[in-house]
Write a protein of this length. Sequence first.
Lengths: 353, 292
Amino acid sequence: MAFPVTVLPELTTPVYSVVIDSGVLLKLTRHTSESFPATACGLILGLDANSVLQVAHAFPFPPSESSGASGSEDASAPRSKANVRYQADMIRLLKEVNIEANPVGYYISSYLGGFFNQALVDNLVSLQATNPNSIVLVHDVTRSSQSSVSLKAYRLSVQFLATNKASGGKFSSEAVVKNNLTYLDILEELPISIKNSHLGTALLHHLDSPTFTRKDDPTSFVSTSALAPNFDSLDLSIDPYLEKNVEFLLESVDDYYAEQGTFNYFQRQLAREQSKIQQWIQKTRSENALRERANLPTVSEEDWQKHFKLPTEPSRLDNLLISAQIDQYCKQIEEYSSVVSSKMFAIQNSLDN
Amino acid sequence: MMTAQASSTPTPLNIIIHPQSLFSILDHTLRRNEGQERVIGTLLGQRSEDGTEIEIRSAFAVPHIESAAQVEIDMEYHKTMYNLYHKANPKEILVGWYATSLELNAFSALIQNFYSSVSDGTYPYPAVHLTMQVDPSSDISIRTYISTNAGVLPDKISESCLFVPVPNELRYSESERSGLELVASAKNNESRETSIIGDIGNLEKSIEEVISMVDRVSAYVASVQDGTRPGNAAIGKFLLSNLSLAPKIDSDELEKLFNSHLQDILLVVYLSNTIKTQMQLFNSLKRTAVIS
């Protein structure tokens, strides 16, 4: 896959890939799968060096106190005041045990890929302001329970940050077009690799060795090693996953149309105001002609601004986010179907023989 | 036979360890200061209703200084860190402590008493002590103990206790399992690194494993038939019972089922492709509308 080209203004060298420590991966997946279906959030710490971001440690944020918190509240956890204090305390303590406690981003759990929201953008903007190499690790809990771990690392793209700065957070249409920002360019993905320490490798070998199996029941031939392969991915049922995905997709399409509706409303308002302004300008022009003849002071045509107020353009950010979300759902469906259709064709072939 | 003094509190009969805590302990070992032989930390987890099962879910390190004559643990650190962890995971409570060397000496007794103490220890339940040998020269072994008071002299009671070994096992949930599998796939690589494989890659791996298992079984059966290997009646019966589990459905029925299944998937894929194309069209239209 083509690596994104990032040009950063400061002295930090851009980062092109992410290396995660195995302990961090386990901690992350455990926290996110345990707080399912609520969104889980936490901070990741590490080091960025040699154009590789190494994630060495992570800790979860405490769940927000308000009961029945909506997903967006939890997702904005990295910036809530209580959590900033928690984070500072945690970092101070971790430094005492020689853990390099340098925040490099945060992780969130997502339910079937629905993580494109305002909170994500806000968090990343504030994080990337301090450290341009900050990433967000998104762990999709529903997909991980079926097959391999679905973990992705994202970072806001350069075009997005430029548009954000240029339009002061309002994302007007010209800023979007000038910076060449499409909904596909909001986030850029970074490749991830998992690294084990030497001791970790030794532990894994120890777990895999047959002496570790405790249940030596002579009549059972099932392997009970801790690392026995997982065959859940060979399961054939598609309905729950696919159904949910399509449901979310349709919801996003509805949201898209709602947002489109507001934008169209704005455009109609704008057109109406402009036609009113034109009429007024015509009127003053004819009045001015009359006044000149009567030697009275003319009214400048530019004064329309005092009488009329143009409606402000709504931010295009929501539109971009919803489009990116729809794209994400479609991609997920496609990936899923490729796996299922290969399984189906394989079985059909074996049945025909 | 020593019996526990506080006979009303149940003693744990089984300890369940989550692999994530083991990795944390190893991580801490790697980061220890120069000259420190062993490192110490706190174990957090859950206790079952009747107290017979303890689950160790996570661990954090506590700085400590150890010399021949005395041992010092930063208790403040332990308390603050425990509070922070407890805020993030209200269900996890203090269950014990760990050390990374197998030996149990007087210092272990002292620390054990601290952890079992009334004020902020695990009283009235006994604290669990986990020792893990991380010496690179020998195999990693994990042992768990609980302590009972081996009262020798009343004034030396804080320094002596009897460590009773308790059986332990490793357990993990479904989602942890895929994470563990991913991590384990790197164990045979030179660089100890592995990247995240997508769904198709995972499917391929599973199928390859099944094929290799089937090959092994068929080779075994062939060799038994040839007479080169003695057959085992138990294995034979097991294989027979498993193979007869394949359902007997009419092949036409089966084909119809499969086709409808496949059609469902293809329909949804077509729909999502249409939506994606439409989004892209909208996007390019918007841009031209603004420019003009």
